[in-house]
Design a protein around this ligand. Sequence first.
Ligand code: NZQ
Ligand code: ZN
Length: 388
Amino acid sequence: MLGNFTYCNPTKIYFGENALEHLNEELANYGKNILLTYGSGSIKKSGLYDEVVKILSDNGKNIVELSSVMPNPTVNKLYEGCKLAKENQIDLILAVGGGSVCDYAKVLSVSAYCEEDPWEKYYLRMEDVDNKIIPVGCILTMVGTGSEMNGGAVITNHESKLKIGHVFGENVFPKFSILNPVYTFTLPKYQMIAGFYDIFNHITEQYFSDFDDCTSDYVMEGLMKSLIYSSRIAVENPENYEARSNIMWVATWALNTMVAKGKTTDWMVHMIGQSIGAYTDATHGMTLSAISMAYYHYVMPYGLEKFKRFAINVWNITPDNKSDEEIANEGLLAMEAWMKEIGLVMHISELGVTEDMLEGIANGSFICEGGYKKLNHDEIIEILKESM
Ligand code: NZQ
Ligand code: ZN
């Protein structure tokens, strides 16, 4: 049975090759002081930085720059941003980049006027926001996280070896996001495919839970099929607009909260993956791909019916004369073959994980209860060893 829920997604999306034009009309809604935040320079190389600065200047805005937001943004970088945003009385934080820059902008938006340590308040104590929030707008250049249309923000604390996500409420979602698939053409292949797997795993985290006949499951099967189809085209030809635009839109839908409504969700691959990220600083999507096969084979017996459905509906496995286990297993093998075909990392040792880290990674993996099997510490260790 579909559970009770409230659904609202306040982010306005501008999608397509001319989407940036809409920044002009959006800027009219905010004051003069804009904090322009971005990463290590890909937007300067592509020319997007110049285009954005021109629009901001033409609209008479004061630009305060905050660059070098790293992949897997850190708590120290957050403190730097808080100071700058408060000192300059920022009216809008404009994030130009991937999930890291968008996440960073969101957590900064709730932290600048927070009177306590935001890491402790939002990430250790998981408290709600009770102070002023600076509005955020995003211009997305890397596809995967869904950060452009959700309230998630993941921060890494290297000192305590923790990488934690806080899912903030609708008041922290970006006010608008500009999605132009062409911006993603310049992504290196490693980042592009890591993003593809991040999308896929966001869907499976929400699909592999519950056994009810849920509308969201049909939607997710469609999203997965679209992604698998388009990913193969994009790997061959990264500048195929049709494939890249479909993938961009799948990514947004995969994690804009809609498909999770009314059902339970898993998220254990992400919990273990984030802990791997805290130890290695590895690319997010690859931390997920590297443990997925071990994880899904481990939980398959507890959710056999759904894994069978996944095999048939997503991977076109024919069920004739096969046991449920055989069908489900063939589905996972087809998924593995696709993962290898597009070039994903399949082992955590390739990300720099060593045996002596496994205990710490398991300890740093938050245990969720929404999937088919609530894992304990020893089971996480077993999955990690299997993934080496
Ligand atoms: O630093 P720049 O120059 O921007 O380079 C980035 C970075 O090195 C580069 N890049 C981005 N767009 C590019 C480009 N290079 C060339 N051309 C372009 N068009 O790609 C690298 C990776 O970017 P990053 O933003 O780190 O990647 P991603 O979008 O995967 O974001 C990862 C972060 O998001 C979090 C992850 O944990 C990680 O910290 N997540 C956020 C979620 C959310 N908000 O809901 C959910 C996800 O599960 C995830 O946990
Ligand atoms: Zn993810």
